[in-house]
Design a binder for this molecule. Structure first.
Ligand code: ATP
Ligand code: MG
Length: 562
């Protein structure tokens, strides 16, 4: 009885109810249907984790279906990137399929609908058609072409297909009900003419099916049992079902559309159109810029598949729209890296410190623990010498009692090394400190067990030996937008809220020499600073690091102070 049963989300409950009503378990099948018009983002991850998670839970297949009915916007680059990201997240699809594989079948069904008097060719332009649609409170009016003969419809539809007409001159519409309270049921478009090359079907098609006509039928062709989509499709469900009615055969599985709330994340935008704008206008350096909410951006930033999956799990699947705090995503990666990331020392804003009583030319290798959170992580050695760098902000000539770092006349411990006391400073003509002069207590070496080593001092600071340190570039990231919901302002463009300080580059940071062998993707905790990973921009000469996340969530505090 000790087993804790996790409560089911409402979509799992729907599946359970269907099984209870007699649906065979072996008939369960799901799909993830991205349009290949951009890179996947953290919102897509919610849908991926949901669909593939159901697949794992019920031992059911999950198809990856590219919903590729918009030749203008779709590209192979996106198809490849999407597959890479899903695999990286750790999921396996049953089949990779394309809506474009069904163009012929969809066309044949449309012809059948024309023959059944359920579809017609309209010669009006989109503006007129829109005007005749009416409003939610006012019925639409029938198109003058609504009742043309089946023969004429068949002839025109074939000509549309053959490319005999210009774009925008004709559309195929379902003949449903221009007075329906659901505007989507007022003779929706099924096909439009587009003389564009498609990334897979090339020049073969001059007409392309609309989303509503394609999606449900594709689900049916693949025999998807539960077609899960986001809330904005709720009103489409009636049409989804109507289109299914036109082709459904009782021996088959009848797909069921159900809706859940989109994942929104604070301080970013999630629409692919907007993300594309950021890329094309150069506000970020590509789709995988570490500030982007894309899966590829998060990967480059140092996020792991588990942290993203855990985040999706914690954030959950909701019935109503909501905004998830970015801090929750950061919490998950911080928690994971705390367990697995090796600790190292790096100094981002260096000031020179000379230990005047340490013999010139002497050096020693000190032992340092790789990860106190992981017993198996072992130890490494760190070189120590007379001249070291510390962070400029870790020293003050005078400071109050709350300043636990180094100040004149007081002691601190150098991490993994000795206790030092600051005695003096050297300044330049601008009154800036260029050197701090200290003395060390030779008996206070960390881990030596001596009485002096166990002496309590208030603070511990990190450092690197100047002679041994490597130079590195460090990229510090902050939120991409200064506003919690940058695209929720009616009168302002979301780009007005871009954070001008979202990237701060430090060209010359110093890191301990054990990092010489680090390679792209490796993650570390820079002690007292945060978690950092090696960026692919690194060269043999110089490593480049991204700050994945700070050690603590400082954002909330900064906001309070404002
Ligand atoms: P966008 O508005 O970002 O372009 P989209 O819905 O057009 O997104 P698709 O490629 O059509 O993107 O999405 C593939 C699947 O992922 C769909 O089932 C869609 O509902 C789901 N999805 C997209 N964005 C989110 C999100 N923010 N939260 C949850 N699911 C999402
Ligand atoms: Mg879409």
């Amino acid at each position: 009885m000790s087993e804790i049963k996790k409560s089911l989300n409402f979509l799992e409950q729907i599946v359970e109810e269907d099984l209870a009503k007699g649906m065979e378990r072996s008939k369960l099948k799901f799909r993830f249907p991205p349009e290949p018009n951009g890179y996947l983002h953290i919102g897509h991850a919610a849908s991926i984790c949901l669909n593939f998670g159901l697949g794992i839970k019920y031992g059911a297949p999950v198809n990856l279906r590219f919903d590729d009915t918009n030749p203008e916007k779709e590209e192979q680059e996106y198809v490849d990137a999407i597959q890479k990201d899903i695999e990286w997240l750790g999921f396996e699809w049953a089949e990779v399929l394309y809506s474009s594989d069904y163009f012929q079948q969809l066309y044949d069904w449309a012809v059948r609908m024309i023959k059944d008097g359920k579809a017609y060719v309209d010669d009006q332009d989109s503006k007129l058609i829109a005007e005749q649609k009416g409003t939610p409170t006012q019925a639409g009016v029938n198109s003058p072409f609504r009742n043309r003969s089946i023969e004429e419809n068949l002839d025109l539809f074939e000509k549309m297909k053959n490319g005999d007409f210009n774009e925008g001159t004709h559309v195929l519409r379902a003949k449903i009900d221009m007075t329906s309270p659901n505007m989507l049921m007022r003779d929706p478009l099924m096909y439009r003419i587009l003389h564009r090359a498609h990334h897979r079907t090339g020049e073969s098609w001059k007409i392309y099916p609309m989303y509503d006509w394609t999606h449900g039928e594709s689900d049916y062709i693949e025999q998807i049992s539960h077609s899960l989509c986001t809330l904005e499709f709720k009103h489409h469900r009636e049409l989804y079902d109507w289109f299914l009615d036109q082709v459904y055969d009782a021996k088959d599985v009848r797909p069921k559309q159900r809706e859940f709330a989109r994942r929104n994340l604070s301080y970013t935008v999630m629409s692919k159109r907007k993300l594309l704008q950021l890329v094309e206008e150069g506000h970020v350096n590509g789709w995988d810029d570490p500030r982007m909410p894309t899966i590829s951006g998060l990967r480059r930033r140092g996020y792991t598949p588990t942290s993203i999956r855990d985040f999706s799990e914690t954030a959950g699947i909701a019935k109503r729209d909501n905004v998830t705090d970015l801090a929750l995503l950061e919490f998950h990666i911080r928690q994971e890296l705390n367990k697995v990331a090796p600790r190292v020392m790096a100094v981002l804003d260096p000031v020179k410190l000379v230990i005047t009583n340490y013999p010139e030319g002497q050096e020693e290798m000190l032992t340092a623990e790789n990860n106190p959170e992981d017993e198996d992580a072992g130890f490494r050695t760190v070189p120590f010498s007379r001249e070291i760098y510390i962070e400029r902000e870790d020293f003050r000539e005078v400071a109050n009692k709350k300043f636990f770092r180094l100040k004149l006349g007081k002691e601190v411990r150098l991490k993994n090394a000795y206790i030092i006391q600051a005695n003096d400073v050297v300044k330049n003509e601008n009154d800036e400190i260029t050197e701090i002069h200290c003395t060390y207590d030779p008996d206070s070496k960390s881990g030596s067990g001596s009485e002096a080593s166990q002496r309590k001092v208030k603070g511990t600071i990190h450092w690197v030996s100047i002679d041994h340190a490597l130079e590195a570039e460090v990229r510090l990231y902050d939120r991409l937008f200064t506003d919690e919901a940058p695209d929720a302002h009616k009168d302002k463009d979301f780009k007005e809220f871009l954070n001008p300080e979202s990237l701060k580059k430090i060209d010359k940071a110093f890191i301990e020499p054990s990092l010489a062998t680090a390679t792209a993707g490796d993650s570390f905790q820079f002690q007292r600073l945060g978690y950092f990973n090696v960026d692919p921009d690194s060269t043999n000469e110089k490593l480049v690091f991204n700050r994945t996340v700070a050690l603590r969530d400082s954002w909330a505090k900064i906001q309070q102070k404002k």
